[in-house]
Design a protein around this ligand. Structure first.
Ligand code: ADE
Length: 237
């Protein structure tokens, strides 16, 4: 899977050189190419922004360096990768969208800054994504969130597929609580059923915990969750 990222701050992406995503890059399961938008300016001061037409506070990123950079990428690959623009006005990001994006082989991410980018970049954009209803100082952290959450769905990036079969949002529910050694910590005991070795009981307990946690913490998720008759019985619904 290839990610091409257009940004004014490529150094920020060093955060992806660690842990699971760092390893995935070393193993060439994913490739992250960073393009500094400033290198695609044509003026001698390498200026990337200017005042907004119509007035108002702040600066607006110019369209030209972005088009120049995209032209360069298009020339390298012979096509324009599927293009995502990170913006608070975009489609709300969630696990379903992460799954959809993980089916693509090549994604280009455009990170805005300041008061935004000249609207005339829109013909380049296939999808606008927002990572939540709040405003970041730039699209870099949002891009990193997309790269992290999509990459972990790429086959081979996680050690086993089992790791995401039961996790939060796998089937629309929150994950059940986990415990590890010791059996008792500061007076708090591991639930007896998890020590029983009875896998049917354990599965049932975990399903019930998932349902209960979702019902208490995120009841909005139950609307779209895949619930069985047995689930509804456990929830008394
Ligand atoms: N840029 C600024 N805020 C953002 C957000 N919430 N999501 C994506 N990109 C952004």
């Amino acid at each position: 899977m290839i990610f091409d990222v257009l940004t004014l701050f490529p150094e920020m992406f060093n955060a992806l050189n660690y842990s699971i995503i760092g390893r995935a890059q070393e193993q060439k399961l994913i490739t992250i190419n960073l393009y500094n938008i400033r290198n695609y300016t044509t003026n001698k001061h390498k200026k990337v922004d200017d005042y907004p037409y119509g007035g108002g506070a702040g600066m607006v990123m110019q369209a030209e360096p972005i088009y120049n950079c995209v032209d360069d990428i298009k020339e390298t690959y012979g096509y324009k990768p599927y293009t995502v623009f990170l913006t608070p006005r975009g489609k709300r990001y969630d696990q379903e969208l992460a799954k959809e994006l993980s089916n693509r082989k090549h994604i280009m991410l455009i990170c805005g800054h300041y008061e935004g980018i000249d609207e005339r970049i829109m013909p380049l954009v296939d999808l606008e994504i927002s990572i939540g209803d709040f405003v970041l100082t730039g699209g870099e952290l949002a891009s990193m969130i997309i790269i992290d959450s999509v990459s972990r769905l790429v086959p081979g990036v996680l050690s086993t597929n089992v790791s995401f079969e039961n996790e939060s949002f796998y089937n629309g529910l929150l994950e059940y609580p986990q415990y590890t050694r010791p059996r008792e910590f500061r007076g708090m005991k591991v639930p007896e059923v998890l020590l029983s070795g009875n896998h049917k009981d354990i599965d049932e307990w975990r399903r019930y915990q998932s349902l209960k946690l979702t019902y208490i913490k995120r009841p909005d998720l139950l609307k779209n969750a895949e619930l069985t008759k047995e689930d509804l019985r456990m929830l008394n619904m």
